[in-house]
Design a protein around this ligand. Structure first.
Ligand code: EPZ
Length: 419
């Protein structure tokens, strides 16, 4: 397994460009199943999860083409299989996102249950109950979700929890359903809005994306379209935190500042100077150490759970004490024991981490356990005294495009060590 070797203590300066958002690209690639015409998707990040999704579509009969500018052209006029096998779904839970489109367009789907992952049990009961309410004959048998529907019917759904992919799956199911579907308590994440904008470009009738109530009027069919994936707000946030921890001045380009209000206000509280332009953020950190900031995660527009691990690393070296409360997932603190190995003074009480900032972390061999935890270990390595080795970085390759190259461009001493 590849590892990352990081020698800490270097300031970060210069410019870095943000890639397209993984969590928008995944549902939007799945949405191409909703039409038999060609879709052109631009600004798709070059990530392992994207490759997995393309393999999954390919095995169903999808015709995929990558052009020289890394735009993906997808044509699904020859889908002959409605099956998402466990071997693929277990490596990427987001494969569940083919369930809604397959049912909506073909009336059948046989999709493996994703199973849990490191950060939690991550059930998909809300996806399933929503589709059943729309008239799908849906059962779970031997680890597979088996669903059939002559034609889904519009329904009034009140989602019992805010679920991002649940909202996305049900929205994609509803766009070809017979009648109107209302999704109440819908997720408001920008990636949900990006998916809705893509579906609308394909001819869907959707109102309210980005609010907690989305109304979809089903149509007979959808046509092809072109869509550019929005920038990755979590990659943006990760680089912002890196500069606030390591010091320096960096311009983060090709991003969308207004997607990061909750993160930016915490970074200002930590002592960062932030300048915003339309599609860039310049962050300057000239304090010796960041100030500690309390974090409480919640669905958008609250503080994103996908930024919790990164801020936990920041608080480990901050001036002062802080609490970090994780309300979205039940087990999203596995980075804590690794940070403790690097000298962090942090302890867990239920779903809250209590952190007393220390002046210095000490480099150590650490192990990545999930995507954002691995990012927090890279950040810790950038500031730790000595050489940190982060193992199992296939986790990080799922969500960050060439992270070590981007950090090296900014002055970090970070290299990939092939297995
Ligand atoms: C999406 O996961 C993201 N993944 C996650 O990003 C992100 O952390 C999460 O939303 C929260 O923002 C993608 O978009 C591909 P949820 P998702 O359904 O949709 C419970 C990353 O690092 N729940 O919003 O799977 C669930 O257990 C990844 O990029 C049910 O109980 O998350 C959790 O506690 C990690 N039943 C809460 O809701 C359901 O049917 C929120 O989960 C669905 C969810």
């Amino acid at each position: 397994m590849d590892k990352l070797k990081i020698v800490g203590g270097k300031e970060l300066n210069g410019e870095v460009s943000i890639s397209g958002a993984k969590n928008a690209a995944l549902p939007i690639l799945a949405s191409t199943l909703l039409t038999d015409q060609t879709m052109t998707i631009s600004n798709v990040p070059h990530l392992h999860d994207i490759t997995t999704t393309m393999e999954l579509l390919g095995r169903m009969g999808s015709d995929l083409m990558l052009d020289e500018k890394l735009n993906i052209e997808v044509t699904n006029n020859n889908i002959n299989e409605f099956f998402a096998p466990y071997e693929m779904v277990k490596t990427m839970r987001a494969s569940i996102l083919v369930l809604g489109p397959l049912l909506a367009r073909f009336g059948e789907a046989d999709v493996s249950l994703p199973g849990g992952c490191a950060i939690g049990s991550r059930p998909v009961d809300i996806h399933i109950s929503g589709l059943a309410a729309m008239g799908a004959d849906i059962t779970v048998d031997k680890g597979y979700i088996k669903a059939k529907a002559k034609r889904l019917k519009g329904a009034h759904l009140i989602l019992e929890m805010v679920t991002v992919t649940g909202t996305e799956n049900l929205m994609m199911a509803a766009v070809l359903a017979d009648g109107k579907t209302t999704l109440e308590n819908a997720a408001r994440e920008p990636e949900v809005v990006d998916l809705a904008e893509c579906l609308i470009a394909m001819g869907a009738n959707i109102q309210g994306a980005g609010t907690d109530t989305i109304v979809i009027e089903g149509v007979e069919s959808l046509h092809g379209a072109q869509h550019t994936i929005l920038p990755d707000r979590i990659e943006t946030g990760t680089f912002l935190v890196a500069v606030v921890m390591a010091g320096g001045k960096v311009k983060i380009k090709n991003t969308r500042p207004k997607l990061l209000d909750a993160v930016l206000s915490k970074l200002r509280a930590a002592g960062a100077q932030i300048e915003l332009e339309d599609s860039s953020i310049t962050v300057t950190m000239d304090l010796e150490r960041p100030r500690a900031v309390d974090i409480h995660t919640s669905p958008f527009p609250g503080f994103p759970t996908d930024m919790q691990a990164q801020f936990t690393a920041l608080n480990c070296i901050a001036e002062g004490n802080s609490t970090i409360t994780e309300t979205v997932f039940e087990n999203r603190f596995m980075h804590v024991q690794e940070l403790q190995r690097m000298g962090a003074n942090i302890k867990l009480e239920g779903n809250t981490a209590i952190c007393n900032g220390v002046a210095k972390l000490i480099a150590a061999p650490v192990m990545a356990t999930d995507l954002r935890a691995s990012a927090s270990l890279v950040l810790a390595g950038l500031v730790a005294e000595g050489e940190t080795i982060v193992d199992r970085i296939y986790h990080i390759d799922r969500g960050y495009e060439t992270i070590e190259e981007k950090f090296r461009q900014l002055g970090a001493e970070i290299n990939r060590m092939p297995a």
